[in-house]
Ligand binder design. Structure first.
Ligand SMILES: C[S@@+](CC[C@H](N)C(=O)[O-])C[C@H]1O[C@@H](n2cnc3c(N)ncnc32)[C@H](O)[C@@H]1O
Length: 211
């Protein structure tokens, strides 16, 4: 999809543009908070074409690394496109191919990427949960919880139309995360865009969890 097609899609879906802006800002701030708290492993689960690692100089400045989890084909395609655009991928960005639907693959991928068991991690699950079924989200909650130590964080966004906050909080709490619903669209809009909050954005939801 080119830039103009993407703009057309954004224009057709009410509030989509603001949703993406605000969730991106929220996740960027979560990365900054985690870096300030001393976290040095940022794991993008369902990384897709996320270029946070290239966009946020704070990550390299802190000596942190970004582990990108996604299907092998998606990681390959991203690398191909960046290379074709003349962008070289820095060494602190580590691919971790995995199919989250296959039991044990996330753990294997993280071990392959050199993520030490018990290390402090920020897990970023942006635009991911809508693609996963209940068993996969449960497995994700358990694998992320097992795969990191105390002082770790997890952030995710979702739509209340596919996952209720209550269900997700329950699944993550059952996996020993301390989970809660994150700030509302309205609160983020007031903080970052302005007081005139458009109606109809109740489905926008964020999940935040700590260990
Ligand atoms: C909508 S994209 C979001 C990408 C990126 N995080 C962002 O916010 O721009 C969802 C990503 O999740 C990945 N994904 C979905 N199901 C997955 C699975 N079972 N295993 C690994 N990755 C998966 C897709 O390949 C895709 O790259």
């Amino acid at each position: 999809m080119g830039a103009s097609e993407a703009s057309e899609v954004f224009a057709r879906i009410p509030f989509f543009f603001e949703h993406i802006r605000l969730r991106t800002r929220y996740m960027d701030d979560a990365v900054r908070r985690a870096l300030t708290a001393g976290v040095r492993d940022i794991i993008l689960v369902g990384a897709g074409f996320d270029c946070r690692s290239l966009r946020m100089p704070e990550i390299a400045a802190a000596g942190a690394r970004v582990v990108e989890v996604d299907h092998q084909a998606q990681l390959d395609e991203k690398r191909r496109r960046l290379t074709a655009a003349g962008v070289s991928i820095p060494e602190y960005v580590v691919p971790a191919p995995a199919d989250l639907a296959v039991e044990g693959e996330l753990e294997r991928a993280l071990a392959g990427a050199g993520v030490a068991e018990g290390s402090r991690v920020l897990w970023v699950c942006e635009g991911l949960l809508g693609y996963l079924g209940r068993d996969e989200v449960r497995a994700l909650a358990e694998a992320t919880s097992r795969g990191c130590g105390p002082g770790s964080f997890l952030v995710a966004n979702h739509s209340e139309t596919s996952w209720s906050s209550e269900t997700l909080v329950g699944l993550f709490e059952a996996a020993t995360w301390r989970a809660s619903r994150g700030p509302s669209f309205e609160a983020l809009h007031r903080t970052h865009i302005g007081a005139e909050v458009p109606p109809g954005s109740e489905a926008f939801a964020l999940l935040e969890a700590t260990r």
